[in-house]
Every structure is written in structure tokens, then in C-alpha cells.
Design a protein around this ligand. Structure first.
Ligand code: HEC
Length: 164
């Protein structure tokens, strides 16, 4: 009986290997945040190091991403992460949404919620020091100021349905 169950698991494990999620490697930067706003080199380095695996169009996949169901789990993080905030499509968001996303970033940094704990557990290099957090936080704040200086206040109010 136990042998049969084990065998079933092995077979199932082999079968699921054929169901690979599409890779997030288009690298499309047509609407990159830097096309609209200044992204200093040190900020860019931090974003690449700690955020872009889940918040850009280019994920650097670890070897275990090729093993299911781990790959599905990672893909879910990437899809969810990109849906909330994608540095490579940022310029296509309406101005009000751009401002909101940067405010969200500041909040995530203040509460140490990003990068995800399950990620920094393995990608220890992606952990942010207090100084790193401050650099990102100040950049978000400065970019919000730029947005405010470019758009009239009423255009920066989010309509309810877009608020998620
Ligand atoms: C391992 C993947 C991963 C990494 C790395 C990561 N995030 Fe996220 N991020 C997510 C996921 C998944 C969500 C959506 C679910 C959630 O809020 O937990 C998210 C949500 C967000 C949101 C939206 C939160 C909201 O209020 O809706 C912001 C902003 C954000 N991340 C910023 C960052 C920043 C800044 C970094 C780097 C310092 C970062 N993330 C690193 C996966 C990641």
C-alpha cells in the first residue's frame, strides 16, 4: 500500500514537471520608470538587487525555479508582484496610480514588508540595510514631489476602482 502511494507521488511529481509557467524574461523596458523620472545609479542598483525579480519584466531565476511546484509558487509571487508594481511598465500607469504605487513602496519599506521574507531567507544579499531603506524611501518621496509638480492635484486623486 505504502509503495503504491509513494509510486503515485513519484508519477505525479514527474507529470507536473511538464507544466512550466511562462518565464518572466521579456526584458521589455519601453515604459520603464526611468523614461519619466530620474533613477540615480545607487537606487537602480538597490531596485535590481532587492525588488526587480518580482517587480520588473526580467526575473533572474534560481535553478530550483525549474522544479515544480516551486516554479509555480515563485511564478505566483512574480505575477502578483508585477500586478502591484512593475518598474518596467511604471510609465504606462496614470499619474495618480504612479503616485499611489510610490506611496505603497514607502509604506512597504517602513514596515519592512519588502522584499518578501521568503525571498531574503535565500537571497540574503537582497536584504536592505537601514541606509538602503532610507535611500529608496527618499527617492520615492522625491519622485512623488516631481509627480506633484508636473500634474494638477485633482488629476492625482485615484478613482475608487483603481485603488487596489
Ligand atoms: C520575491 C518577490 C518579491 C520581491 C523580491 C519584492 N516584492 Fe514587492 N511584492 C511581492 C508580492 C507577491 C506582492 C503582492 C502581495 C503582497 O502585498 O504581499 C508585492 C507587493 C508590493 C507592493 C504593493 C503593496 C501594496 O500595498 O499593494 C509594493 C509597493 C512592493 N511590493 C514593493 C517592493 C519593493 C520596493 C521591493 C524591493 C525593496 C519589493 N517589493 C521586493 C513580491 C516581491
Amino acid at each position: 500500500m505504502i509503495k503504491k502511494i509513494l509510486l503515485a507521488f513519484v508519477v505525479l511529481f514527474i507529470i507536473i514537471q511538464f507544466f512550466r509557467p511562462a518565464k518572466n524574461i521579456s526584458g521589455d523596458t519601453t515604459y520603464d520608470i526611468s523614461t519619466l523620472y530620474h533613477v540615480p545609479e545607487n537606487v537602480n542598483t538597490l531596485l535590481k538587487r532587492s525588488c526587480n525579480d518580482c517587480h520588473s519584466n526580467m526575473t533572474q531565476y534560481p535553478w530550483y525555479a525549474h522544479i515544480q511546484p516551486v516554479g509555480w509558487w515563485l511564478n505566483n509571487h512574480i505575477e502578483e508582484g508585477k500586478r502591484h508594481f512593475n518598474v518596467n511598465t511604471f510609465a504606462s500607469y496614470p499619474a495618480a496610480m504612479q503616485k499611489k504605487r510610490l506611496e505603497d513602496c514607502m509604506e512597504q519599506l517602513e514596515h519592512d514588508e519588502m522584499p518578501l521574507g521568503s525571498y531574503t531567507l535565500i537571497h540574503t544579499y537582497a536584504r536592505l540595510s537601514e541606509a538602503d531603506k532610507q535611500i529608496l524611501h527618499e527617492w520615492c518621496s522625491a519622485t512623488i514631489d516631481t509627480i506633484k509638480s508636473r500634474f494638477p492635484p485633482d488629476s492625482l486623486v485615484l478613482k475608487k476602482r483603481n485603488r487596489d
